[in-house]
Design a protein around this ligand. Structure first.
Ligand SMILES: NC(=O)C1=CN([C@@H]2O[C@H](COP(=O)(O)OP(=O)(O)OC[C@H]3O[C@@H](n4cnc5c(N)ncnc54)[C@H](OP(=O)(O)O)[C@@H]3O)[C@@H](O)[C@H]2O)C=CC1
Ligand SMILES: O=CC(=O)O
Length: 328
């Protein structure tokens, strides 16, 4: 097969880079690193395949990538790409659904436990030498087991979170999504334990609300002052999906006005989180640096799937996971 030109725009594990290099001419240049930006710019016009993540490949960049056949994202979320422009030019968009579900669900659960039981705050008390007597009620947390979980988004990852909550922690699960979900067919273990619930009812009943939504035109800014205002006083909010689904000033107001007890955030509207963001230091926010899938095992599995997708696409074969840009 003819060797093609591949531009890797975020580091890949060595063995996966080697698979690409065995088949194609590969340039590695991460445009988020200033010293690599010009190599990225130089390789882009010739690239037939792009692989990477965490960098917006927008219409302006695509316009300069005149030979491009496929983008293989090392992520399940595809909000960094311009689906309409890709569709119009017949450029394939591949992603990594499925291989990260359990790991991201673990991360969300870690945030849920940390916020409810005040793990980071109380650990700091020990580390900073402030543990001088038994803690009192003012520092008690709240139970997680048995509480009602409200899930915004009930896809692959949402369902993995629901399994942990319902089967491991005895939590009734309410979920919100636009389409009906056939639990008997897709998640029989959640039958009788998870219920499709209108948004406002979910918000008024859930003790913990978890957002696990993709970023799209329909979800951008969806979690706004109205949504926070409908939540139970003292609710906990966790975002494991995308930062821009939340209106961050409304989140801060809900925390400051006491509607929300705490928030656990793996994602932010701007990443890395700007130093002057009040969310960085807010006493009732547990922020994480977008680590949902960041384990050795899962990041490797994602890279492997993304490389397989790219190799198949460049060989004219059907990749394992193509994102349908026609309906984006
Ligand atoms: N923090 C991290 O590191 C990670 C974050 N993510 C993020 O999580 C997202 C979800 O991943 P995954 O579970 O695989 O995706 P899926 O496509 O499997 O699930 C998405 C869910 O969101 C629902 N949804 C979409 N739009 C709306 C809307 N407007 N209103 C209500 N519900 C909506 C969908 O249902 P319906 O279409 O019926 O509305 C579906 O239930 C990714 O797109 C990514 O952005 C993913 C991995 C790691
Ligand atoms: O945010 C991570 C992803 O895979 O999407």
């Amino acid at each position: 097969m003819k060797r093609k030109k591949v531009l890797v725009f975020r580091e890949l594990p060595e063995d996966q880079l080697a698979r690409l290099q065995a088949a194609h001419e590969v340039t590695v240049a991460n445009p988020r690193i200033a010293e690599q930006r010009s190599a990225f710019e130089a390789a882009l016009p010739e690239a037939q395949g792009l692989i990477g993540s965490s960098f917006p490949v927008d219409e302006a960049l695509l316009a300069r990538a005149s030979k491009l056949e496929v983008i293989s994202s090392v992520s399940v979320g595809v909000d960094n790409y311009a689906p309409a422009a890709l569709h119009a030019r017949g450029i394939l968009l591949c992603h990594t659904p499925g291989v990260l579900d359990e790991t991201v669900a673990d991360t969300v659960f870690a945030l849920l436990m940390a916020t409810s039981r005040r793990v980071v705050e109380l650990s700091s008390l020990v580390r900073e030498g402030r543990w001088s007597k038994n803690i009192g009620e003012d520092l008690f947390g709240h139970d997680v087991h048995g509480k009602t979980l409200g899930l915004l988004g009930f896809g692959r990852i949402g369902q993995a979170i629901a399994r942990r909550a319902a089967l491991g922690f005895g939590m009734p699960v309410l979920f919100h999504a636009r389409h009906a979900v056939d639990l008997a067919a897709h998640a029989p273990e959640l039958l009788g334990r998870a219920t499709h619930t209108p948004l406002d009812e979910l918000l008024s009943r859930a003790d913990i609300v978890v957002a696990m939504l993709p970023l799209s035109d329909s979800t951008r800014g969806m979690i706004d002052a109205r949504v926070f205002g409908r939540m139970k006083p003292g609710a906990i909010f966790i975002n494991g999906g995308r930062g821009a689904t939340v209106q961050e000033p409304a989140l801060l107001a809900a925390l400051d006005q006491g509607t929300l007890r705490a928030a656990g955030l793996d994602v932010f509207a701007t990443e890395p989180l700007p130093l002057d963001s009040p969310l960085r230091t807010h006493p009732r926010v547990t922020p994480l640096p977008h680590i949902g899938s960041a384990t050795h095992e899962t990041r490797h599995a994602m890279a492997e799937l993304a490389v397989t997708n790219l190799l198949k696409a460049l060989a004219g074969e059907r990749p394992l996971a193509v994102y349908d840009t026609a309906f984006a």
